[in-house]
Design a protein around this ligand. Structure first.
Ligand SMILES: *Cc1c(COP(=O)(O)O)cnc(C)c1O
Length: 370
């Protein structure tokens, strides 16, 4: 048995008629940039999230960058975020000219530790950018309270959190804006790059809408320095065809996660912690173990593809050494980077495969005498 970390072919096979029809419709209409297809998806995704509106953009990275720009964040400003994330979170901050200020994580949830945020605030701080990592919302209530007290923007990196909920509200509506990625492997994935910004403040979202399309006020007039970061119609059509399935995929992800919990409860692996009063959507099922490298090798030998998200924290990446964070400065982040291990999880993963993975892990523990 061969098991991959994600299986996008299995998903396509299960919804092929809907996808093929959506793509054919765009080819037939021959309207490839923005237009009706994109607007329709924006409206349905806004409805799904419970936000006032949604602006489709070219990627999750573009979503973060344009959201920061719409808030007026730029050179001389600081943005507080996490180092335990995909590099794009920090890259977007850097690209608008602001300085990323990296704060350690809560080791249970792997998300920004709110108790460390306030001491990181300076007179230059303009925004807090929490990441809903692995599908679990960051602890937004204390972050919102801090943001309000210090008059800061709160922008959610919801790239891994489609449908995740915090105290009964979907991620994408809680901060001033939220940024989604529809990278193919995300919980809602396009067949290429795509992203979106959601929120309830229409004037901010309209700024994003203008920035994504060259600062255009009309066909030939541009009154602002903009970008070419539009969502294209083919991707919007694919996303629109997939959106009706997202809830059932999320349910399947959560069932697989609880299946893992039952099967792995008697092992030494640390299983994902679910904080109270939220809905984790399991973009990834991330365990941790001090024997990570050995377990990875063992699983690989059994044709099971596990992953590491992420092995090198952003502050220790060669490109961000210039930020000046020495090793051991963010101890929880660095320990997580050494120990986290993502097990295969996608909605189509069967119980037979799940049992095979669990068996292989138990075998490993016997082998190392655990
Ligand atoms: C995927 C991802 C991004 C970037 O999204 P792209 O669509 O790949 O540009 C940003 N932040 C996080 C946490 C992500 O997982």
């Amino acid at each position: 048995m061969q098991i991959s970390l994600v299986d996008l072919q299995a998903q396509y096979k299960s919804i092929r008629p809907q996808i093929d029809a959506a793509i054919e419709r765009v080819l037939h209409d021959a309207h490839f940039i923005l237009g009706e297809e994109v607007r329709r998806f924006e409206e349905s995704f806004a409805r799904y999230v419970g936000a006032a509106d949604c602006v489709g953009v070219a990627s999750g990275t573009a979503a973060i960058q344009l959201a920061l720009l719409a808030c007026g964040v730029g050179p001389g400003d600081e943005v507080i975020t996490t180092s335990h994330t995909f590099i794009a979170t920090v890259e977007a901050i850097w690209h608008v000219g602001a300085r990323p200020v990296l704060v350690d994580i809560d080791p249970l949830t792997y998300t920004l530790d709110p108790s460390l945020v306030e001491v990181a605030i300076t007179s230059r701080t303009r925004a807090i950018l929490p990441v809903h990592l692995y599908g679990q919302p960051a602890d937004l209530a204390p972050l919102l309270e801090i943001a309000q007290r210090h008059n800061l923007w709160l922008i959610e990196d919801a790239a891994q959190a489609h449908g995740a909920e915090y105290q009964g509200k979907r991620c994408g509506t809680i901060g001033h804006m939220a940024c989604f990625s529809f990278y193919p492997g995300k919980n809602l994935g396009a067949y290429g790059d795509a992203g979106a910004v959601t929120g309830n403040d229409l004037s901010l979202l309209n700024k994003v809408r203008k920035l994504r399309d060259h600062g255009r006020t009309s066909k030939y007039e541009h009154d602002e320095l903009g970008y070419g970061e539009r969502l294209d119609s083919l991707q919007a059509a694919v996303l629109g065809a997939k959106l009706p399935f997202l809830e059932s995929w999320t349910t399947a992800r959560r069932e697989i996660a609880s299946g893992y919990r039952q099967l792995l409860g008697n092992t030494h692996l640390v299983l994902p912690y679910e904080a109270p009063d939220l809905r984790h959507v399991y973009h990834l099922f991330v365990t941790r173990t001090p024997h990570r490298e050995a377990l990875l090798a063992h699983l690989q030998k059994n044709d099971i593809q596990a992953g590491v998200h992420y092995p090198i924290p952003v502050h220790l990446q060669p490109v961000y050494r210039k930020l000046g964070y020495p090793e051991a400065r963010l101890p929880e982040t660095e320990q997580a980077a050494r120990e986290v291990l993502s097990l295969p999880l996608y909605p189509e993963l069967g119980s037979e495969q799940l049992e095979f993975i669990a068996h292989s892990i138990q075998e490993f523990e016997k082998k190392i005498g655990n």
